[in-house]
Every structure is written in C-alpha cells, then in structure tokens.
Design a protein around this ligand. Structure first.
Ligand SMILES: Cc1cc2nc3c(=O)[nH]c(=O)nc-3n(C[C@H](O)[C@H](O)[C@H](O)COP(=O)(O)OP(=O)(O)OC[C@H]3O[C@@H](n4cnc5c(N)ncnc54)[C@H](O)[C@@H]3O)c2cc1C
Length: 339
C-alpha cells in the first residue's frame, strides 16, 4: 500500500498509484518508418492497382491522422474516375480517418482490415496531440511538408464535434529536466509552454513547464470514427492479406494503404520498423492534468489512468513483461513522492 501525500494548497491532486488501482497492462508497436511518412501514389501494374500510401506515423498517428487523410484524399482525386469506389486497407486511426475524409468528399468507400479499430495499435495510444516518435523529414521541403500535414490535422481537430470524438484541451506538466523539443511548439498548433519555478504537483519540489494541447480519449475517438463512417455509407470487410497478390483480387482499382507495420511485408518496405511501448492502466481518476517526460507520462483517460512507458526501437515483442511494468510504477511513485 502506497501512502498518499497530504493535500497542500496550490498543489494539484496526486494520483492514487496503489497496487489495487492497477487494472491492466498493454503493449503496442508504434508503426515507424525511417524517412518518415509515406504519402504518395504508386502504380502497381503487377496487380493492376493504384496504391495511395498513407503510413509511417510512428508515435503520432492519432495526432496526424486527419492531416494525412486530407493529403491522401487529394491524391485519390487525381486517380479516381467519376463515381468509382475506393478501398481503404487498414482500420486503425489512419485507415479510418482516410475513409472518413473520402466519404465526406462524396466517394464510395470500403475498408478492409484484419483487426477492428479497437483491436489495433491505435486503441493503445494515450493519446496526446503531440507529434513525437515520428521523423519530421531532413530537407527543408520535407519538414515544410510535415508542417502542412500537422496544420491540416490540427485544423480538423478544431472542426469536429469534440464532445462526440472525446477530445479536450488539457494542461500538461513537464519537469525542467525533461527534454524540451522546441520544434513541437510555436508552429501555430501548440503554444510554447510557460516556465514555472515550482510545478504544482505532489512530490519533491521542482521547476518545469506547462503547455496545453488536446488530449484524445482514444476509445471514444475510434468509436466516433467508425460510427461516422457507417453513417456516411462506408462499409467494413474483415480479412487478412497474406501478400501483395491478395490485393489484386479486390474489386476496387484504387486502394489506400493504411496497413501501418503491415506495409513492411505486403509492400516490401524495409524502412518500416516498430517502436515498442508498454502502458499500465489504473482505475479512472479525474485529475484534469497530464504529466509528460519523454515517453514517461501520465494521462487521465476517462476509462483509465494511463502510465507510460517506453519507446524501444526494432523490438517486435508485443507482450508486456513484469520488469517494465514494475519500473513504470516505481518511476511514477517516485515522481509523486508516493510510498
Ligand atoms: C504505447 C503507445 C502510445 C502512443 N501514444 C500516442 C499518442 O499519445 N499520440 C499519438 O498521436 N499517437 C500515439 N501512438 C501512436 C499511434 O497509436 C499510432 O501512430 C497509430 O495507431 C497508427 O495507426 P495506423 O492506423 O497507422 O496503424 P494500426 O492502428 O496498427 O492499424 C493498422 C491496420 O492495418 C491492418 N493490417 C495490417 N496488416 C494487415 C494485413 N496483412 N491484412 C489485413 N489487415 C492488416 C490491421 O489489422 C489494422 O486494422 C502511441 C502508440 C503506442 C504503441
């Protein structure tokens, strides 16, 4: 049993991180790509299809999905003939946002995937609206392109029914020792953080920063996307693709590839790699704030309190192990002066 610190004036409520609060552990593989996002049109004469690639979102698929969907739908409009249906491969956040955008533009869409939305990596995402764990690009034109995608996504996040989609602004506290990634801020999407001599958090006194960004209750977000796709007339077909030839059998001539890590095998892209993350879920706690320190973070999802985590590149193990779980709990207990 951990000891809750006494409440202090001006200090936000501490989380309860007792063992009996733990309700589960999840492990997910972020679908990363060396060289960053792949958003391009590929003609595949071998299977008679036009492929619109949309993958490589790494640790930011929830953040970027609406933006990459806009560009993918623009690409689709260069390829589709009048009233021609389009297939979307993948039902994670990237496939779903692509399908939604295409449907909103009046296209007929069928989504093909092995796993349903709430069985994918996308359900594991915290999710903070923050472009981390993804390459911004190396050249000026690549980074400018990335920023356009970021802005397009940010703009859709302002337009959706945020209540329905489970999106809310939240203050996020970072200790001063946490790496400050300047490129994440001041680009018109997230305002730079405010410096604080004393973070209003339980535990050892320390300085830091606070910024505000969207927090996405991912379970509600994915439900809203699936519901909206149904309402707009989209269809879902659940099946596995064993190889590229399977795509040749689909009815649609134009396909969006949102297969994430699946793109490595199906499209032979060896730049695709996983970054493993483990998260501990605790009973829900209505804290109203988050803590961020690289991949060590705490987010109060409505259905559970999330403690992270790690970012282990090229690790394909999708099962959590006790040592990592113990380390995550110990880290957060130390941070809040518990125990
Ligand atoms: C621990 C963790 C924390 C994260 N936190 C955040 C965060 O705070 N903010 C944020 O923005 N992002 C976060 N992410 C990243 C985010 O979850 C991913 O970027 C996002 O889920 C990628 O979505 P996707 O649709 O590309 O892939 P997925 O969700 O993996 O979906 C891929 C789809 O393709 C299908 N598929 C693949 N191969 C095949 C095949 N051969 N046949 C048939 N179907 C196939 C799958 O079944 C699935 O439907 C986090 C991820 C992890 C693991």
């Amino acid at each position: 049993m951990q000891t809750q610190p006494p409440k202090q004036a001006g200090i936000l409520a501490a989380p309860n991180l007792d063992d009996d609060q733990v309700i589960g552990v999840v492990c997910g593989l972020r679908p990363c790509r060396r060289g960053g996002l792949r958003l391009e049109i590929e003609q595949r004469a071998d299977i008679g299809k036009t492929i619109l690639h949309n993958y490589g979102h790494g640790g930011s698929g929830v953040t970027l999905g609406f933006g990459t969907a806009v560009e993918t739908a623009d690409n689709a409009e260069q390829c589709l003939q009048d009233c021609e249906p389009i297939g979307v491969l993948g039902a994670g956040v990237v496939g779903l946002t692509s399908a939604r955008e295409l449907l909103l533009r009046g296209h007929r869409v069928r989504v093909y995937a092995e796993k349903r939305a709430k069985q994918t990596t996308s359900i594991i995402a915290g999710a903070l609206w923050l472009p981390i764990g993804v390459e911004f690009g190396r050249s000026v034109s690549e980074t400018e392109h990335f920023k356009r995608v970021l802005h397009a996504s940010h703009s859709v996040f302002q337009q959706i029914d945020r209540e329905r989609y489970g999106v809310e602004q939240m203050p996020i506290y970072e200790p001063a020792y946490a790496l400050e990634e300047h490129r994440l801020f001041g680009n018109g999407t997230i305002a730079p953080g405010e410096r604080l001599d004393l973070l209003p958090l339980a535990g050892p006194p320390r300085s830091g920063r606070v910024f505000r960004t969207d927090f996405i209750h991912t379970d509600q977000f994915l439900d809203a996307l699936v519901d909206e796709i149904h309402e707009l007339g989209g269809e879902f077909v659940y099946r596995v693709f064993e190889g590229i030839d399977d795509l040749g059998t689909l009815d649609e001539r134009v396909l969006v590839n949102a297969l994430a890590l699946g793109s490595r095998e199906i499209f032979g892209d060896d730049r695709v790699f996983p970054a493993r993350g483990v998260l501990v879920h605790l009973k829900p706690q209505d804290l109203g704030y988050g803590v961020h320190d690289g991949f060590r973070y705490m987010f109060p999802r409505r259905s559970c309190l999330i403690l992270g985590g790690c970012f282990l590149e090229d690790d394909w193990n999708d099962q959590p192990e006790d040592a990592i779980v113990d380390e995550i709990l110990a880290h957060h207990r130390r941070f809040f002066g518990l125990g």
